[in-house]
Ligand binder design. Structure first.
Ligand SMILES: C[S@@+](CC[C@H](N)C(=O)[O-])C[C@H]1O[C@@H](n2cnc3c(N)ncnc32)[C@H](O)[C@@H]1O
Length: 253
């Protein structure tokens, strides 16, 4: 009797495991796939056939390499990361004085970047901006990051190089990578006085700049950029300082 009951419990638990795995690996991805298709139809008036064929995996360098290189310039650096998610970068950063801000998961401060900067009093040596990937939010994050940096601080931004209109689109319709329209800030940073800015052609585009003057005021092209879609990025990319890793490494040293 006891054996029979145990056998029934085992069958039930293996059925439950099967159900959870089916939902996790088939139902949820399928729903996300269908939702992505529906959203692409909904936003088809923004569709653009043109695309870049950058293969991020094949370049063998990523944001972790870039951030650790920046940190290596300081004896005992203070690091800030905006948007930490599962701490893939945050835990790979070797310095001991580090603050991670994320309202959902990871880092050390569970709050939005706006809330963090409102109450912050620390000046940082290296800041990595990778929170909400919309132009308006990233613009605000850069302005706030500048307030809490010093001459010789380095500020980096992830996801500056979308490959196609889906990766770029705001609101997010991507089933995979989503850069959002962070790239718009690159056009402003490339014209901002008092910083030295480049975009490393690695890991979906890592924008990096050094603060070289006090009280930097970021160039403001909001009126021109706000309504722009992927076509603007595609057609004007050659005016941005996009740099291969080897060249960037010399610049960073
Ligand atoms: C792309 S993930 C960050 C990945 C991480 N930096 C890394 O390299 O592994 C973006 C994160 O930003 C967070 N986020 C969204 N809005 C935010 C905000 N307003 N302030 C700070 N973080 C935000 C999300 O919760 C998410 O975890």
């Amino acid at each position: 009797m006891l054996k029979l009951a145990r056998g029934t419990t085992e069958i039930r638990s293996s059925q439950a495991t099967f159900l959870v795995k089916t939902i996790k690996y088939f139902v949820l991805p399928f729903c996300a796939f269908v939702q992505g298709k529906i959203l692409k139809v909904r936003w088809r008036h923004h569709a653009d056939r043109r695309a870049f064929n950058w293969d991020w995996k094949s370049c063998n360098f990523n944001r972790v390499a870039a951030v650790n290189l920046l940190l290596s310039k300081f004896d005992d650096p203070i690091y800030l990361e905006i948007g930490c998610a599962d701490n893939a970068l945050f835990d790979s950063v070797s310095c001991t004085k580090k603050v991670g801000v994320d309202p959902a998961s990871g880092g050390t401060m569970k709050m939005t970047s706006d809330e963090f900067f409102f109450q912050n009093e620390t000046e940082f040596d290296v800041i990595f901006i990778d929170g909400l990937h919309t132009y308006e939010q990233v613009r605000r994050d850069v302005i706030n990051a500048l307030k809490f940096s010093h001459v010789n601080s380095w500020i980096a931004l992830h996801d500056m190089l979308p490959r196609n209109w889906v990766e770029h689109h705001v609101p997010c319709i991507s089933h995979g990578a989503w850069t959002g329209d962070v790239w718009k800030v690159a056009f402003e940073l490339s014209k901002t006085e008092g910083i030295d800015f480049k975009i490393l052609k690695i890991d979906r585009g890592v924008g990096i700049f050094k603060v070289i003057k006090k009280d930097v005021v970021m160039a403001d092209f909001t009126k021109e950029l706000r309504g722009q879609e992927f076509s603007y990025f595609y057609e004007n990319l050659n005016s941005l300082p996009v740099t291969e890793w080897n060249t960037a490494r010399q610049w960073l040293s």
